[in-house]
Design a protein. Sequence first.
Length: 320
Amino acid sequence: MQEKDITQKMLEHYNDVFADIVNVLLFNGERIVKENSLIDTPTVSSLKMDRRIHHQNRDVSKYWQHNKINIAMLGFENQTSPNKLMPFRVISYDGAEYGRQANKNHADEDNYPVITLVLYFGYSQRWNYPKNILGLLNVDDRLKPYVSDYNINVFEIAFLDEEKRKLFKSDFRVLVDYLYQVRTNHNYNPEKYFVQHMQEVLDLMSAMTGDEVFEKSIENTNIKEAHYMCDVIHAMIDEGVERGRKEGREEGIQKGKLEGIQEGIQKGIQKGKLEGANIIIRLYEILLNEGSMDKLKRATKDESYRYELLKEYDLLKDFS
């Protein structure tokens, strides 16, 4: 989770991305928050509990200013899975900033609201927990009139409708598009988006999928110089195909054709070596085109699983 948080922060930290997220989710795409009106804030705050000082760390936060006067503090909290206690976390983060404003050293300053956006990146399930404090509490009916509620703003990125998705203009739209496609058809065919922060996008995609394919791809010169996600995916496929050929040449010498297929990339003798290599390459292409990065990662390491995939995708029919 820590690695995912770090990579998500890298992209969201850019003012163009931060402003885009806020404008789409809060203002329906109207360019209300400008890049040059955002100022970085410390993300660490302190909380005294059990006679000890505890530090809590927001994911990303910025002051939205006009003429150097704070209009609001805006913060993001990233979640890849639903968190039942999220309302408690958010009120703690927000309360720390309100507490800072309550300090006598800031008594003469104008006060401003604190708004936290919980960005939920899960796509296999909806956010299924309460989005307010009272939804978590077991409160006696006689006390309810006196218990203050606190609502949180949860945005389920993979479940945004098409109208909302098309409002994103920054690199964040790559993630939005990816999550939606994987949720709805388990495949990813990127549109020709120009990507300004390619490395941060690929790092984020790697963290989201739990797969190193995206992260390692940044070392590929063709990918490093690419500015469109469709070019990146094509380069990744070419890289995977070439890797399969190389592995087939190196390992196919030692094993027979059938054994090579069963054990993965060991390709067989003579003619069987080349045929076995091609069948593994075909499997890699299918998995990459499907966006099945988890399957691809496991298939490159687990020979028995790779053989099962060959059967599942009916790639052994020519050898039966």
